[in-house]
Structures are given as structure tokens and as C-alpha cells.
Design a protein around this ligand. Structure first.
Ligand code: UD1
Length: 418
């Protein structure tokens, strides 16, 4: 069991490189399988979720080699279509294998996915979408059995713009004769990145970034080298950290346009933000003001993956603020931990009402999910005295080494192996 020890009260100064996005790498890695080619991914950030996805690919017969931070995925010899429970309970994104397996083998057997502890995460939209492509699906004994022998392209209407369902259906369709059109799809930058990756391999996908995506089937793909987009949630976490701790930091390899909803909110709390090419320059000279109206929504709305971090910011802001979480009902688990640190928060169903306090105090807290864990690190960085954060493995799913990054910015934070 690993624990983070955080000593609060240091301003942040310095620069940091933003890694490639976990949520872009996961679908791209699974998509590689359907090409039956060799994929080289540059600047791969080895989040634990990424390493689990690699284990899944290896279990299917792919040969994966890490050279520096380049990942070479040889999918030519892959010959299995079953993803076992030992993998799926570790990483929810294992559900992304359905589309690529169907595309390549016309069949798939995938155990129900696990993942972050942030509430009920159904997969009905994935199933309904694949059924629209004439895939026969049975759910038995914890497994999803898909028979795609009569798959065909067609129209898919999503009842909600689910990121994962959009990606799965895109990947299932890339090899189908004719054109598949997905309506009401998610518009996240990671979906555009998946489109760019598929097209770089020889596929024909258009419309990603809008709510209608068209996929025209192709028969053959080619080897490809690709670099995923920067992680907007990691960048956003460090932006919020600067607003909380004060000081001045520079984020390198950042895509400002992916974080506009957050930037708008952070400007209103007093954070100074300038940008030049792929760099963001941030500085904070005063105590943050509370931010009004934070409502999580699908992209380009405010991202649920930054809700816990902005909630941590609100606990020490001047005034009262309200957050509405529309995507995941269990994302407020962090609040009990923040309350141990002196925060004043009331929860009413999907709404959190936060009265800013002058200071948080160091306490012994536990990360209960990935982004909530990051929120606790931010709270610890501003608190009086030491905060210890247990169950750090949640945080490692989406941050390469959160303590190294913050130490580089002048914070005092240490990982201890208990
Ligand atoms: C992706 C992100 C995750 C982020 C989330 C929302 C990856 C690897 N993960 O997750 O970090 O928090 O988008 O931005 O990209 N839903 C259904 N039925 C389904 C699928 C989803 O009801 O079949 C609901 C979910 O319960 C949730 C909402 O739709 O309330 C959004 O989920 P979705 O967009 O699918 O999120 P993920 O792809 O799982």
C-alpha cells in the first residue's frame, strides 16, 4: 500500500510537460488491434490503465515493446477474441475491445468492465449501438458474447453522447462495407484523436468533434506512427493547483482549446492565464474568489473529470459556490475526506454547496477514485501541516507521478511504501 505525504503551504513555481492523454491512448491502443498492423505510438505515458490495456493486447496475441517512451504494438499475430475478467475488473476501458474485436474477428467475448469507483456505469449504449450494426449479443455469466457474422453498416442513434459508446461503434464500423453514421455522438477531443488515428492507418472517418460521425468501411490498413493529444485533465489539474497554491507556472505541450470551459471558470476566480503556441502561463497573486455555476456536462461543457479538483479549489475560495454533477452520482465521495480537512460542504443529491473556509488542515484521508484522489492532493498542497493520502493507486491510473510533477513545481510531497 502506498501513501502520499503532502506538506501544504508552498507556492508553485516552474514548468512542467503535459503527458499524452490517458483517455486518448486507451481507445487508440485497442483500435490498433483491428488494423492487423504494426502501430508505433510516441510519447506514451505509462499510466497504470495504459499498462493494463497493454496486458489485454498481449493476452490476445499482440507483441508489445516499449522503447524509451515509444510503444511498438505488433498486432499481426493476434488470434484471440476473449478478454478475461482478470483484466476487465482492473480497467473499465476494456469495454473498448468489443468494437476492434468485432471489426477484426467478427466475434468478441468480453467480461463485464470494472474501473473507477464513481457510481453506476452501465454499458447499455454500447450494446444498443452494436445491435444497430446487426451484431447478435448475449449477456451470460458475467460475459458479453458478440456474434458479428452478419454485421453491416447502418445508422446508429445514441440516446446520450457517451464517449465510450461513440468510440466503440466507430471502431466496430471501420471495416464494414458501406457507410455507418452515428448521431448524437460525444464530441470530446479524444474522439477526434481516435478519428485521426484511424485515418492515419488508412481508415475513412469524418465528423468527429461534431455530433454526427460518418465511417466508410475500408478493407486494408497500413502500419502507422502516431502521437496522441496532450492530457487536458492532467493540464487542468495543474491549472487548478496554481489557482489554489498561488505562484506562477508554465505548462508545456498543452492544447488550450481543449480546456476552454475550465479556463473561463479559473479566470473568474482570479487566475491569470496567458498562452503562446502550445504553452500556458499561469499566475495567481491573491486568494481565489468562489466560482459561480459549475455544472458538469459532456464536452464542450465543464468536464466531470475536473469536478473533484475544482471542488477542492472551492473549499478555500472566498464566498459560497454551487456545483452540479450530472454524469456520475458517486463523485462526491471526496467530500467526506475534505470535511476531515476542515471544508464546509453540504451535498443535496447531485448538488454540492461549498462555503469557502480560510484554511484547510492536514489530515489522514483516503483516495476513493482517480480524480477525487487528485482533488485530495490539491487540498493537501494548500492545507496547514501534513496530509497523508492512502490508496494512491487510484491516482496512478491517470497521473504518471503526481508527486514528481508537484515536487518539480516546488511543492513538498513524498510517496511512502507502507
Ligand atoms: C469517458 C472517460 C471518463 C470520463 C467520461 C465522461 C475514457 C477512457 N474515460 O468515460 O474519464 O469521466 O468519459 O466524460 O475516455 N452511460 C450510460 N450507458 C452507457 C454508457 C454511458 O448510461 O452505455 C452514462 C454513464 O453512466 C455516464 C454518462 O453516460 O453517466 C457518460 O459516460 P461515458 O461518456 O460513456 O463515459 P466513459 O466513456 O465511460
Amino acid at each position: 500500500m502506498e501513501t502520499l505525504y503532502v506538506l501544504g503551504g508552498k507556492e508553485l513555481h516552474g514548468d512542467i510537460d503535459i503527458v499524452t492523454a490517458k483517455n486518448a491512448l486507451l481507445p487508440i491502443l485497442s483500435c490498433g488491434l483491428l488494423t492487423a498492423r504494426v502501430i508505433v505510438l510516441h510519447r506514451v505515458a505509462m499510466f497504470t490503465d495504459v499498462s493494463y490495456m497493454i496486458k489485454i493486447l498481449e493476452s490476445l496475441g499482440c507483441i508489445v515493446t516499449l522503447i524509451g517512451d515509444d510503444l511498438v504494438v505488433d498486432t499481426v499475430l493476434a488470434d484471440k477474441y476473449e478478454v478475461r475478467e482478470e483484466f476487465t475488473k482492473k480497467v473499465r476501458s476494456s469495454i473498448f475491445m468489443l468494437g476492434p474485436l468485432l471489426s477484426r474477428f467478427r466475434r468478441a467475448k468480453v467480461a463485464y468492465p470494472g474501473g473507477c469507483n464513481i457510481g453506476n456505469r452501465p454499458i447499455d449504449l454500447h450494446i444498443k449501438g452494436l445491435k444497430s450494426l446487426n451484431v447478435k449479443i448475449e449477456e451470460r455469466h458475467g460475459y458479453i458474447y458478440c456474434d458479428g457474422s452478419n454485421m453491416r453498416s447502418g445508422d446508429v442513434h445514441l440516446d446520450f453522447p457517451s464517449v465510450g459508446a461513440t468510440e466503440n461503434i466507430m471502431m466496430a464500423s471501420v471495416g464494414l462495407k458501406g457507410t455507418t453514421t452515428i448521431y448524437n455522438c460525444a464530441r470530446e477531443p479524444e474522439i477526434e484523436d481516435l478519428q485521426n488515428f484511424i485515418n492515419a492507418c488508412g481508415g475513412r472517418v469524418s465528423g468527429a468533434g461534431s455530433s454526427i460521425i460518418s465511417i466508410t468501411g475500408v478493407e486494408n490498413f497500413h502500419d502507422v506512427e502516431y502521437t496522441a493529444i496532450p492530457d487536458r485533465i492532467v493540464a487542468g489539474t495543474y491549472m487548478i493547483a496554481c489557482a489554489m497554491c498561488g505562484g506562477g507556472i508554465e505548462l508545456k505541450n498543452c492544447e488550450k482549446s481543449h480546456n476552454l470551459a475550465l479556463i473561463d471558470k479559473l479566470k473568474s476566480c482570479g487566475l491569470n492565464i496567458r498562452s503562446k503556441k502550445d504553452r500556458l502561463y499561469l499566475s495567481m497573486k491573491s486568494k481565489p474568489k468562489s466560482i459561480s455555476n459549475i455544472v458538469t456536462q459532456p464536452y464542450p461543457g465543464f468536464p466531470t473529470d475536473l469536478q473533484s479538483q475544482i471542488l477542492a479549489l472551492q473549499t478555500i475560495s472566498r464566498g459560497t459556490s454551487v456545483i452540479v454533477e450530472n454524469l456520475y452520482e458517486s463523485r462526491y465521495k471526496i467530500c467526506n475526506e475534505l470535511i476531515k480537512m476542515g471544508a464546509n460542504i453540504r451535498i443535496n443529491d447531485r448538488m454540492a454547496i461549498i462555503n469557502g473556509v480560510p484554511k484547510l488542515y492536514g489530515a489522514n484521508v483516503t483516495a476513493t477514485d482517480l480524480r477525487g484522489g487528485a482533488g485530495l492532493v490539491l487540498a493537501g498542497l494548500t492545507a496547514d501541516g501534513y496530509t497523508t493520502i492512502e490508496d494512491v493507486y487510484h491516482i496512478d491510473r491517470g497521473y504518471l507521478s503526481i508527486e514528481d510533477d508537484f515536487c518539480k513545481l516546488g511543492a513538498e510531497i513524498k510517496r511512502i511504501n507502507k
